[in-house]
Design a binder for this molecule. Sequence first.
Ligand code: NAD
Length: 469
Amino acid sequence: LKMDDLPAFTHTPVNDISGIHDLVVRTFHAHTTRSLQYRLKQLRSLYWGLKDAEPALTEALKLDLGKSAHESWMAEIMWCLNDIVFVCKNLEAWMVDEAAPDIPLMNQLMRPRIRKDPLGAVLIIGAFNFPFMLSLCPLIGALAAGCTAVLKPSENAPNSARIMQHVIEQSLSPDAYQVVQGGVPETTALLEQKWDKIFYTGNPVVGKIIAKKAAETLTPVTLELGGRNPAIVSKHADPRLAARRLLWTKLFCAGQVCVSQNYVLVDKDLLPALTHELGQALQEFQPKGAKGNEDYSRIVNERQWDRLKSLLDSTKGKILYGGYTDRDTLLFEPTVVQVESADDPLLQVESFGPLIPILAVQNLDEAIHIANDTDATPLAMYAFGSKADNAKVLAETRSGGATLNDAMFHASMPTLPFGGVGDSGQGSYRGRESFNCFTHRRSITQTPGWLEGLIDFRYPPYTAKKFKA
Ligand code: NAD
């Protein structure tokens, strides 16, 4: 299968959207998606659909973002396939009723337990930077939980959206799983419908639009948003290690990663060593420069490129490495900028691109103060330093997740919940959390008739004798 074999990217007619919604709602209420067998069949079918389409998935990512086959395999294709395998392996155990803990003997006779019911018909809205992972992993959670779903992939990665639609149409039951293509008008029409859950990945401004709309119908939401992620490098850090690891997060998908660091706060004593090592690492990772690196992603579109360029132009800092940009090819060199103040625009907004602003600080306390001096709680936080330094950073900051002596790794563990806190989002998913995300934990008890003699003290009239019982 090649991308040329597929129909062009076309928006779903807005007038079709309520019908698509009604279809998946009806299917949910027919209860067919609830059995373990049905769920496993869908998941396995999706696995093989993706496996068969692997070359086209890689091609689509190259077309949309200039992503290398290496990154596409590591953080998109293998990621989704592994997620399906993990879910299939564990699903039966997750679906089993959970016994209520610490219950007195009398109540145990009522078999108190937690049943795992699917939430219902859900809407999943994906983002462009990891178009497969950010759309399919929530969908895998919805499938596992026995929900029906509509997926709205990001229109900003249109080729990935096309191949996802193809794979989903080929692999999943069309009465239960549908893809809607489009941008704001189509998503707005989707938000007009009543869902049992909305799962949104993207920027916090749109996150608020989703949350407001969902509130009108009391629809629960999971919001996977972004933020300004700090990396704190203390004077006890290994500068070479910190430089290589932090640089990698900005070469990966050209820094268009929600968990890449937005800025680096480094102890003033380590600044020269860190900037030197960043130069060395850049030379090593991109010996022919960004332009000559076929594996280096492009910025997704002109709009995002223009935003990044004006952000770079607005800094009062000094460019140490990089700075080359080319709008025609959407190339944006990884650019290290030494800034003089925490008020610099590069620290004040999420770049979501290959900008690496570095600010020297007096000590760890100042770094922590700057990291906390925000009303937007970060999605991720990175600390490089001694064990005590890292423990202090963790204890005195907040973030959705954190990695110590490295970056991004906490987001790659299939059994760690992934999500934000405060402004960086609410709710989480991955592994079992993906199943939980689309599951209602329904409390159940059942009172045997023969227990009546032991519990009839509850009925009025409330005599003194009954009260003592
Ligand atoms: P995007 O442009 O792909 O938009 C995301 C989705 O929002 C798309 O499906 C789009 O159609 C929809 N959308 C846009 N405007 C809308 C509107 N007015 N109403 C309803 N829906 C609308 O991606 P983006 O938002 O530019 O993504 C970048 C941001 O997302 C960054 O802040 C990044 O940190 C964050 N992000 C977070 C995660 C995470 O897992 N927490 C992952 C990726 C990106």
